[in-house]
Write a protein that binds this ligand. Structure first.
Ligand SMILES: Cc1ncc(COP(=O)(O)O)c(C=O)c1O
Length: 429
């Protein structure tokens, strides 16, 4: 579907919803997430309560968290309050304590220390920092997949063109996790230096076996970069247990944060190797000597990948979103998300649609991609948008030509039923 169609449809929905949204904003602050609850993915009372924390309109069904996540009111309020407060005094608002506090929440979600995290604007920025900062020589090889997002593809291709590295890609197997490890192994040569893969692919929501790939990377002394755009906030993440050197994600997808925020994890070991290319006031540690020696030092943390002034209220909003997720509990969020993904996958199987995501429960996520015979995905997408008010995303990556449904905590099993009803109708048309 054309982007402008979405914008037109979304604007129509938005103008009608303005009053509703204002009403929900007025009450959202008073709502509290129950401390206990959420462990049952079908506890509709609890999850409806969670849904009420979002100003997201009910006038269409939002199924594109893989593109952009909706923010809870608590995050929007935190951002706006910080912005108002800072504008009154015209200050940046960046303090060491605030930076550490927000990074501590992020560290709890990703399984790392605050000092191993840098703020970025999006996953693509994090991926570019890693790709361009690694010391690679002409002929050095990078292994990736054909199901990566363009944001973690073009950077490697640009480096291939500029520096003569060699990018090799395999198409992920939907059959088994081990087969994907085998496909990587088959591409290894003495010149392989880097594995660059998604934890959850944007194309089919496939969960790649992070730990097994990490063991392979360690056995062959490879740099291991993980694109986490589709996993942080969807499910528990534990970067340390995978042994990856770096992991980049967006704040504005599953983490439910303000748009234009991202996080980059770089392990302490890798910080010494991945050279910061954009540097400035935030990167510098201690004194520097411009006149005699030219000596300077980077700060002793991943903050070395940050440089100039940023929009602090955005990161305050991200902190509030991450705390919101932590209060619900990532195990609860994941149980719920996975159950919705499984219900959709099963329903599509029953309808006879072609599910392109893995069938295995451990390998599919709450992103499900599918296609139906004899109907291009653009036509199906347009039909579901017009007739059923479903916001989906087409998948052209890897030549799949499918339709992607993303299900996050503000979605419901009723949304799954809506998708199935729409697909059934499309198949009968
Ligand atoms: C796997 C993956 N990587 C990177 C990106 C790019 O994200 P951003 O635009 O936030 O940089 C996306 C976006 O959908 C993605 O799915």
């Amino acid at each position: 579907m054309e982007r402008r169609d979405f914008i037109r449809d979304a604007l129509a929905v938005a103008s009608g919803a303005a009053t509703l949204a204002a009403a929900s904003r007025a009450t959202a602050k008073e709502l509290k997430i129950p401390e206990a609850g959420g462990s049952d993915p079908r506890d509709s009372r609890f999850w409806r309560h969670v849904r009420e924390q979002f100003p997201l309109t009910d006038r269409r069904t939002y199924l594109n968290t893989g593109g952009l996540g909706a923010s809870p009111q608590v995050s929007i309020d935190a951002l706006q309050e910080k912005m108002n407060a800072l504008e009154e005094i015209s200050e940046v608002g960046h303090t060491h304590d605030l930076w550490q506090e927000i990074k501590s929440s992020a560290g709890r979600l990703l399984g790392c220390e605050a000092d191993e995290l840098a703020y970025t604007r999006n996953t693509t920025e994090g991926s570019n920092i890693v790709c361009n900062g690694l010391p690679l020589k002409p002929g050095d090889e990078v292994i990736t997949t054909t199901h990566e997002h363009v944001g973690n593809t073009i950077d490697w291709l640009a480096r291939q063109r500029r520096d003569g590295i060699v990018v090799k890609a395999f198409t992920p197997s939907m059959a088994s996790a081990q087969e994907n490890v085998d496909r990587i192994e088959a591409l290894l040569t003495p010149r392989t230096r880097v594995l660059s893969l998604s934890h959850v692919t944007c194309a089919t929501g496939q969960i790649l076996p992070m730990q097994a790939i990490g063991e392979l990377a360690a056995a062959h002394d490879l740099w291991y970069f993980v694109d986490g755009a589709q996993s942080a906030g969807m499910m528990p993440v534990d970067v340390k247990s995978w042994g990856c050197h770096a992991y980049a994600t967006s704040g504005h997808k599953w983490l439910l944060g303000p748009k234009g925020t991202g996080l980059l994890y770089v392990s302490r070991e890798a910080q010494e190797v991945i050279e910061p290319k954009f540097v400035g006031a935030y990167s510098a540690g201690g004194e520097w000597d411009m006149i005699t020696t030219g000596e300077f030092a980077f700060v002793d943390t991943a903050q070395r990948y940050e440089y100039g002034t940023v929009n602090v209220p955005l990161f305050v909003g991200l902190g509030a979103s991450m705390d919101f997720l932590l209060r619900i509990g990532m195990d609860n969020v994941w149980r719920r998300n996975h159950a919705m993904g499984a219900a959709l996958k099963e329903g599509l199987n029953e309808l006879g649609a072609r599910v392109l995501s893995p069938q295995h429960a451990e390998e599919h996520s709450s992103i499900i991609t599918f296609k139906i015979d004899n109907m291009p995905y653009q036509k199906l997408q347009r039909f579901l948008s017009r007739e059923h008010k479903l916001r989906t995303r087409g998948i052209y990556e890897g030549g799949l030509n499918g339709l992607r449904i993303s299900l996050h905590l503000y979605n419901d099993f009723d949304d799954v039923d809506r998708v199935l009803a729409g697909v059934r109708e499309a198949m009968q048309a």
